[in-house]
Design a protein around this ligand. Structure first.
Ligand code: CO
Length: 213
């Protein structure tokens, strides 16, 4: 059996196992979705959203791109955020980065990355915002790990800058934005424990798009 054929074999086994555990599983699934989480993460093949959260189909609305970047001109990311908050009423928005992120590493190299330049520039902007802290870290690996964390924080800030997040939170009290880092060495998720309300207040000093808080 080829690797390609194996995917379908795996899929049939998975579908059978799901039905065996809960015979209505796929009937419920086909009725519609009502996820509580929007997960925004890296496209990296090792950072699988649902699997590392122990989540089932239907539990998590997912958006992944290189280095979990939220750019306000990215129509895809903005549509996902709007749909998840307005239509799906998610209670949590998670931005999940990971140590060992190739996108973050590439952004730190003095190199022309072609079509990736404008994308990676979002991460260079994060570096510039936190230059003093990062430059003070002499160990390159530690500096890189810290940039992964700061990139998550700044992308959370970019989510909080959106009108849909601000308005919805002020009206309904959710969703809350969380920053996570996946540590590949031990498989654990680290909650960066972002102070969401404090961040929202800071952001609204300048980027207030939905009344005061
Ligand atoms: Co990555």
């Amino acid at each position: 059996m080829t690797d390609y054929e194996k995917i379908f074999e795996n899929n049939r086994r998975w579908a059978a196992e799901k039905s065996a555990t809960d015979k209505d599983f796929f009937r419920k699934l086909s009725r519609g979705q009502d996820p509580d989480f929007l997960y925004i993460g890296c496209s990296d093949s090792r950072v699988t959203a649902e699997e590392l959260m122990g989540a089932d189909p239907g539990d998590v609305f997912v958006h992944r791109n290189i280095a979990n970047v939220i750019s306000n001109t990215d129509l895809s990311a903005m549509s996902v955020i709007n749909f998840a908050i307005k239509q799906l009423n998610v209670k949590h928005v998670v931005v999940c980065g990971h140590y060992g992120c190739g996108g973050v590493k590439a952004a730190m190299q003095p190199q022309d990355h072609g079509i990736l330049n404008p994308w990676l520039r979002n991460i260079r902007d994060v570096y510039r915002l936190h230059k003093e802290e990062l430059n003070a870290i002499s160990d390159e690996e530690q500096r890189y790990r810290r940039l992964v964390e700061l990139n998550v924080e700044e992308q959370c800030v970019n989510v909080i800058k959106t009108a849909v997040l601000q308005k919805h939170y002020l009206e309904k009290g959710y969703p809350v934005v969380h920053g996570w880092v996946f540590s590949m060495e031990d498989g654990l998720l680290i909650d960066l424990e972002l102070d969401f309300e404090k961040k929202l207040k800071e952001i609204q000093e300048i980027y207030n798009l939905g009344g005061s808080f």
